[in-house]
Design a binder for this molecule. Structure first.
Ligand code: SF4
Length: 439
């Protein structure tokens, strides 16, 4: 692999800080004419972009806010990275910022920068600051207030870092942080300390080599999760280099990628990418979804391509106040995911990162949602609700209470409707030690 591929600067795609700076509302041109012209070259120059279908909503948005942009560009993931919305001028052209949002974006003092792909911006509600997707990616001043119990590194990942970029907490698996870069930054990100402005240094090939050497020397590690940042913002070449090096390690049975790219930058899931990924099976993918409004035709195509490449897809969702903390929203999301062949995997209680109080829900809200799903819909649609224990205790599953106690040889179990059923368990000693409360 050529050395320049690992140029540290390359981790932040060039030009991303310019946002919409070059866009000028007065330079509106007849984009449909340009589009017709560009379509002729599209299949020849960029067959992947040609094969991607955009929704009418996205096309309308493109004409309105990026009028000189061709369909070829819009369907090219690199174009979206180069045109990320990263400053107040760019953002205020697209949505009407509330006073609070304006203040937060103008004086962005948090390490976590703002960045939104044009595609994801097309899903934002222009006039409603409380729209769930908007709240997930547009900063508000509440981010700057730190509450008791919050921390920069709430999961104690730094304590479990074996070599830079490699977290080894569980016995048989490691978390390999391969980049500090995301195409779109979520305001509730657990790793905000590592991303964008918060990162002390870019990942280098030397660092990757050290992490790979550690994995090679650790025969107990059978599962490697690539995360970051977002690994799918790396070029195909870099990703392939990493996957091929890891695949060569005999004891590594499973490779996984954690990503939000199929949701915020679905154009990235090109046939070339999926052709490359399928060479490294068993390869699994955990996709970060937040709300059913993210389930667009574009996301459907991206997931279809990944699933057709034989990649098992799971979802990860953070429970967020005012965004997805109600049963109806969560049911819609979980049902929608199954329709696009993504198995709901984890529902996370929001980690206590600094400035996250406005996103937090009480734990009983998560239990209530799981209770409303379990038994009421197919089991595949029910994720495991977990709390990632502060300080590095790992994921702890939280279940609605099902064992109510013991009645002689019977265990008393509560079903999804709240009815109690005795289950014969004469040799068992299991009994709920807390108060008996069948309600
Ligand atoms: S995509 Fe993941 S790593 Fe990136 S900002 Fe969102 S939560 Fe954080």
């Amino acid at each position: 692999m050529p050395a320049e591929i690992f140029n540290a600067e390359d981790f932040e795609p060039p030009g991303t800080s310019s946002g919409l700076g070059t866009w000028n509302v007065r330079t509106i041109i007849d984009s449909s004419q340009q589009e017709r012209g560009s379509r002729k070259d599209l299949a020849r120059k960029s067959p992947d972009a040609c094969r991607f279908r955009s929704s009418s909503r996205a096309l309308f948005f493109r004409r309105q806010f990026f009028p000189g942009t061709t369909l070829t560009d819009w369907n090219d993931w690199r174009w979206h990275l180069h045109h990320r919305i990263t400053d107040i001028n760019s953002l205020s052209r697209i949505i009407r910022l509330s006073e609070d949002e304006s203040a937060a974006v103008a004086h962005l003092a948090k390490p976590l920068p703002m960045a939104i792909t044009p595609y994801y911006a097309s899903l934002l509600d222009r006039g409603n600051p409380l729209q769930p997707l908007r709240r997930a990616v547009v900063p508000v001043t509440a981010e700057y207030f730190h509450s008791p119990g919050e921390a920069r590194d709430p999961l104690g990942e730094e304590r479990n870092t074996a070599v830079p970029g490699l977290v080894h907490r569980y016995p048989d698996r490691v978390l390999f942080l391969v980049t500090h870069f995301c195409s779109t930054y979520c305001r509730y990100c657990t790793r905000s300390r590592l991303l964008g402005n918060g990162s002390k240094s870019a990942f280098t090939v030397a660092q990757w080599e050290r992490a790979i050497a550690y994995i090679k020397a650790s025969p107990a590690v059978r599962d490697v999760l690539l995360s970051g940042g977002d690994p799918l913002t790396l070029s195909d070449e870099k990703l392939q280099w990493l996957l091929s090096r890891l695949r060569r390690i005999g004891h590594v049975e499973l490779l996984r990628i954690g990503t939000k790219v199929p949701v915020v930058l679905p154009q990235r899931i090109t046939p070339a990418l999926t052709r490359m990924l399928r060479r490294y099976h068993p390869l699994w993918m955990s996709i970060h979804f937040t709300h059913p409004d993210e389930l667009t035709p574009e996301v459907n195509q991206a997931c279809e391509r990944l699933a057709d490449a034989g990649i098992p897809l799971g979802s990860q969702t953070v429970l967020l106040a005012g965004i997805n903390d109600n049963l109806e929203t969560m049911r819609k999301l979980m049902h929608g995911l199954l329709k696009i062949r993504v198995r709901p995997y984890y529902l996370y209680q929001c980690d206590p990162i600094a400035g996250s109080a406005h996103f937090k829900t009480p734990v009983e809200k998560g239990i209530e949602i799981i209770q409303g799903l379990r038994g009421h819909t197919t089991g595949y649609a029910v994720p495991t609700y977990v709390i990632d224990a502060p300080g590095g205790g790992g994921k702890i599953p939280i279940f609605p209470r099902a064992i109510l106690g013991r009645d002689g040889d019977n265990l008393l179990l509560k079903n999804y409707q709240g009815h109690i059923y005795p289950y014969p368990d004469p040799r068992g000693e299991l009994a709920w030690k807390g108060p008996l409360n069948p309600s």
